[in-house]
Write a protein that binds this ligand. Structure first.
Ligand code: PAF
Length: 282
């Protein structure tokens, strides 16, 4: 497995691969890899000739007071897992290489798709994501890029960006990976105390409950959200950031559940903010 630390070296290798007729699958990550990330790598391995995984804790998608400095990092552990998963190349640049002094170019999406959910609680977050992902696409030249459905809004934003900026590649969505008890896998789960970890189960339970009552015929988003809120507030340390339901395609408001909807939540346990979601089609 090759490891590249500069955009220039990574891009040169990717160009070579393309010239030799190889397709490239890119899995963008911030490292501290878990089974969720590895399921993206497996999917890329299945679909592409060459698999590139980027590991970069992107400073510009973190807001003031967020967890950039203490975001968990383990490059050598990550590389070991990626080697076992038959990754061809890792791109692990420094922040200075990605954003040299006086760096001034950003990609920014307007409108509801970036303003609500995590966009409302984390101003500037998606501008950081769309900028770094555009750079990663230009550096790694993927035919396909693989993103987890866990970050449902992020996938929507990136799919829209790819369409609107005519990036010549396909976005592949990979389903959420959960622990055996239902908690969605996340690099941030390591921050939870054992008591918070136990209480965090209410998130997947609340989503399951919402799916079940929609299955029984409930169509009023407000009622579904109220039920989820009660369930989540039964965990003493849970602090709800949002529980919202939108049209899945574009995060438009809905008056009642119909077609494909996204039920999304963000909840803090102590300083740890967890997100989870469920797509439902009726
Ligand atoms: O989902 C993530 O880990 C990040 O937002 C991404 C896509 C790697 C961009 O930094």
């Amino acid at each position: 497995m090759l490891i590249f630390e500069t955009a220039q070296a990574m891009q040169a290798w990717c160009k070579q691969q393309k010239k030799a007729g190889q397709t490239i699958g890119l899995v963008p990550t911030m490292g501290y890899l878990h089974q969720g990330h590895l399921s993206l790598v497996q999917e890329a391995r299945r679909q592409c000739d060459r698999v590139v995984v980027s590991i970069f804790v992107n400073p510009i998608q973190f807001g003031v007071g967020e967890d950039l400095d203490k975001y968990p990092r383990d490059l050598s552990g990550d590389c070991q897992l990626l080697e076992e998963a038959q990754t061809d190349a890792v791109f692990a640049p420094s922040a200075r290489d990605m954003y040299p002094e006086a760096y001034a170019t950003f990609v920014e999406m307007e409108g509801t798709i970036t303003n609500r959910l995590c966009g409302a609680s984390r101003p500037g977050h998606f501008r950081g994501v769309t900028t770094v992902v555009s750079k990663l696409f230009n550096i790694c030249l993927p035919d396909q890029a693989f993103f987890g459905q866990k970050d449902a809004q992020q996938v929507l934003v990136i799919e829209k960006m790819v369409r609107e900026l005519n990036f010549p590649l396909e976005i592949v969505r990979v389903p959420i990976k959960r622990e055996a008890d239902g908690l969605a896998m996340s690099s941030r789960n390591v921050y939870l105390s054992s008591e918070q970890r136990r209480q965090a189960l209410v998130l997947s339970q609340a989503l399951q409950q919402a799916g079940a009552i929609i299955g029984q015929g409930e169509r009023d988003p407000a009622k579904i959200i109220a039920g989820m809120q009660t369930r989540i507030e039964s965990a003493p340390e849970a602090r709800i950031d949002y529980i919202e339901i939108y049209r899945a395609e574009d995060l438009a408001d809905i008056k009642q559940i119909e077609g494909k909807v996204l039920i999304a939540l963000a909840v803090k346990f102590g300083n740890t903010r967890l997100i989870d979601n469920l797509l439902v089609e009726v």
